[in-house]
Write a protein that binds this ligand. Structure first.
Ligand code: NTF
Length: 824
């Protein structure tokens, strides 16, 4: 096994680097070594940023040792691996999570303390890794945490975008990599060539072809080690960056043409420069398709190279490799595998197809038509000519089968085809993903059912579809963000085991009836609210009352998520307060309405909603008539680390999408786990959450998914006045139009969407929303009852851990087993 030098020398050297997890001095040694050597600084000129960097590098050393052990162990064992392909990875900060997973938080806290720094302050020096927009990207982050924790052999693959999400009001791009990122390891030796454009020559009497010419660049690997919780296993997240094949053209430089000498370099690097800022919205830009292809081609070349080291025939690939596609963004990898097998490895077409369709599985995350990817055929053909040919063949074979099963049903063939007819034609990526995958799943029970009964009705037999309800990691979303509640759980259960077996928290459900426990639970909530209040005060200069109900709607701005319903409810409340007699005022529950989330830069209506929230906040928060009855907060630059402060402080989880539109939602899970009561529609994972916590512990509202279509139809084709649909909403609109929150004309386009078609049923659900809020207020008056329901919510959330989701994938889709690295 040992390949270079003297094994004993290697072994002794590696052991000398080992630091015991309780060894404060040993940890301090490694931190100081990075201060003096890596950073070339000393105690005298070390600021908090430097101390953070040295600490992070020291933790990274620990992670890399485990990463190395995991990789060599898995290389030796060669288990079947899952590769999780996601174009977004919303990781957030790493330091705190890493020391918790390594069980070294106390040691690092003491060591940095002794070196003169406060560990909490160092944590705040870290920039969020925000390679994602919303739930889809954060889901990938939770899943890789669970894969590592469950000891499942698996890697993540993504893109290393230099500039991540855009700040909403300022639209300042976030060049998050302009500081050194201690958590990534550049692997300049791991790189693959990627071709774009060019021409295709058929090879006569074969299904092979030669694709040549066009532009070539390189995809270079950056690895991010992902520690499991309480295990040695450390997964890998491999991110690809585009680089030129030749960085610098010396001939142009010598000829005096400086621009041309670096042109190819910056052209290539532009491919992975930006993260597309849309959530649930397809943009259709060539650069995005380039990103997708570079990422998929590099990942496949990497996966196949690893497989080829086993010296096995191609038809055994599915015994060693399963690729999970996080939405349709990586769908081109199906075609890329076909291309490599057919053109480069000379595998016959049918054999290649048999292999490919045993390797891929596809997760759908949305039914919204505007989010479904379909590439204009001319654009696609120009960029990836050989891939289009292969798609034609896949489609022809697929439609032949359909025609055999449903002779003469041309309409069905048109609906099912991977190519959408029209001018131009389009390549429908979801259809391609379904045809090329052995399993397709939705992300919550209702969503998976809707996929089969509506948008993909025709496309796959029953056993090809399944459901895997989303989950969130309890390590970040409880242990890390709410340490006091985590400690209470551990103390009451007498062990930490619930952190890897979340079902166990259900044992605490009877504690809802224990007055002492309720007191402790409520104190923690109040402390968390006070912590948030401090942040709001110092960052936004805003005072909020910790005794008020904190309602939280924290998610991307989108019409279907209906921040409007919440906002109009606030205006309704404001008008009510303004009219109330002193007697009536006493009965009004105090609210702090918290919004956080970004709008895509080009999403006009979503930005108008932000504008109205901010202007309502300005008026309401400064109106002496309101006093402390109502505060409205919009938190800019929403991020994972902001969420970590908000979620433990929430009393109410606002989840009010139009029924049938939110595939799952995941903030509903995080908020529930931290004791926020669900105020929500019967949509996405709300359905399963309400089922588990019990409907009497949640506030459900609005039309049901099954009725939405009829109401929507009637809004469009048998329109009634807004006054008839909802007199309360009509009054709210009048106040806006009258200029109560600044120039009313500004909001006309927003209000018009609701006056006219009201596609998302805001007016139809407004009455029901207000009624649900009234129930919330009534319950709040009885704090003991409220706390009971809060406890029953938190401890009924045991199913919504990403460990359960990932285990579901492993059992029902991936067929992979845990392969724990032995503890010495
Ligand atoms: C999102 N989909 C859904 O809108 C959320 O309901 C869900 O919780 C997350 O995925 C994670 O499953 C998308 O972002 C996309 F891309 F599909 F539109």
């Amino acid at each position: 096994e040992w390949t270079v030098g003297d094994a004993q020398t290697w072994k002794t050297a590696i052991e000398a680097e080992q630091v015991d997890k309780d060894d404060v001095q040993g940890v301090a040694n490694t931190v100081v070594r990075h201060v003096t050597t890596t950073l070339a600084r000393q105690a005298g000129n070390l600021d908090e940023l430097g101390a953070y960097q040295a600490t992070a590098l020291s933790v990274r050393d620990q992670l890399l040792k485990r990463w190395n052990e995991t990789t060599s162990y898995h290389t030796k064992n060669a288990p079947k691996r899952v590769y999780y392909l996601s174009i977004e990875w919303l990781m957030g900060r790493t330091l705190d999570n890493a020391v918790l997973n390594l069980d070294m938080r106390n040691t690092y806290e003491s060591a940095t303390q002794k070196l003169g720094f406060n560990f909490e302050d160092l944590l705040n020096e870290e920039r969020d890794a925000a390679l994602g927009n919303g739930g889809l990207g954060r889901l990938a982050a939770c899943y890789i945490d669970s894969m590592a924790t469950l000891n499942l052999p698996g890697w993540g693959y993504g893109l290393r975008q230099l500039i991540s999400s855009t700040g909403e009001q300022l639209e300042a791009p976030d060049p998050w990599l302009d500081r050194e990122n201690p958590w990534e390891i550049p692997r300049l030796d791991v790189s693959y060539p990627i071709r774009f454009y060019g021409r295709v020559e058929a090879i006569p009497n074969s299904s092979r072809a030669i694709w040549s010419g066009g532009n070539e660049c390189l995809a270079v690997a950056y690895d991010v080690p992902i520690p499991g919780f309480a295990t040695k296993n450390t997964a890998n997240l491999r991110l690809w960056a585009a680089r030129p094949i030749q960085g610098f053209d010396l001939n142009s430089f010598n000829a005096g043409n400086y621009e041309a000498s670096v042109a190819s370099s910056s052209d290539a690097e532009n491919i992975t420069r930006v993260l597309y800022p849309n959530d649930n919205m397809y943009a259709g830009k060539e650069l995005r398709l380039k990103q997708q292809y570079l990422w998929c081609s590099a990942s496949l070349q990497d996966i196949l190279r690893r497989y080829q080291k086993l010296n096995l025939p191609w038809d055994q690939l599915p015994d060693y490799v399963v690729i999970q596609m996080n939405d349709t963004h990586p769908t081109i990898s199906i075609v890329e595998l076909m291309r490599i097998l057919i053109d480069e490895e000379e595998v016959p077409y049918d054999v290649a197809w048999g292999i490919t369709t045993k390797v891929f599985a596809y997760t759908n995350h949305t039914v919204l038509p505007e989010a479904l990817e379909k590439w204009p055929l001319p654009l696609f053909e120009n960029l990836l000519p050989r891939h289009l040919q292969i798609i034609y063949t896949i489609n022809m074979n697929f439609l032949n089968e359909v025609a055999k099963r449903f002779p003469g049903d041309m309409d069905r063939i048109r609906r099912m085809s991977i190519i959408e007819e029209g001018t131009p034609k389009f390549v429908r990526m979801a259809h391609l993903a379904i045809v090329g995958s052995f399993k397709v799943n939705g992300v919550a029970a209702l969503h998976s059912q809707l996929l089969q009964s509506t948008i993909f009705r025709d496309l796959k037999g029953r056993d090809g579809f399944t459901n895997v309800t989303n989950g969130v990691t309890p390590r970040r979303w409880l242990l890390q963000c709410n340490p006091r509640l985590a400690q209470l759980i551990t103390d009451t259960l007498g062990s930490e085991h619930w952190l890897v077996n979340l079902k166990q928290i259900s044992q605490l459900l009877p504690m809802a009836d224990n007055a002492e426990f309720r007191h402790a639970f409520r104190e923690i909530k109040i402390e968390n609210k006070a912590r948030l209040a401090d942040v709001l005060h110092s960052e936004l200069g805003l005072s909020v009352d910790v005794d008020s109900i904190f309602t939280c709607q924290i998610k991307r701005l989108h019409e279907y998520k209906r921040q409007t319903l919440n906002l109009f409810g606030i205006i309704h409340r404001y008008l009510r307060i303004k009219k109330a007699t002193p007697q009536e005022r006493k009965k009004i529950a105090k609210h702090t309405a918290i919004f956080a989330g970004k709008a895509a830069p080009g999403y006009y209506i979503a930005k108008l909603v932000i504008r109205l929230i901010v202007n309502v906040a300005k008026i309401v928060n400064h109106d002496p008539d309101v006093g402390d009855l109502l505060r409205v907060v919009f938190i800019p630059d929403y991020s994972v680390s902001v969420a970590e402060v908000l979620i433990p402080a929430a009393d109410v989880s606002v989840q009010i999408s139009t029924a049938g539109t939110e595939a799952s939602g995941t903030s509903n899970m995080k908020l529930g786990l931290n004791g926020a009561l669900l105020l929500g529609t019967v949509d996405g994972a709300n359905v399963e959450i309400a089922e588990d916590v019990g409907e009497d512990n949640a506030f459900l509202l609005g039309h049901l998914a099954a009725d939405v279509e009829a109401v929507r139809y009637s809004n469009s084709y048998n329109p009634t006045s807004l006054e008839e649909r909802s007199p309360e909403l009509a009054a709210v609109f009048k106040a806006i139009e009258a200029g109560t929150f600044g120039d009313g004309h500004v909001y006309e386009p927003l209000l018009k969407t609701i006056y006219d078609h009201d596609y998302y049923l805001v007016s139809n659900d407004f009455g029901s929303y207000l009624a649900a809020e009234n129930l919330v207020d009534e319950l709040w008056a009885d704090q003991e009852e409220w706390t009971k329901k809060s406890i029953r919510t938190a401890f009924a959330m045991g199913s919504f851990t990403s460990d359960r989701s990932v285990q579901d994938y492993a059992d029902s889709i991936w067929s992979i087993e845990p392969d724990p690295v032995p503890e010495n």
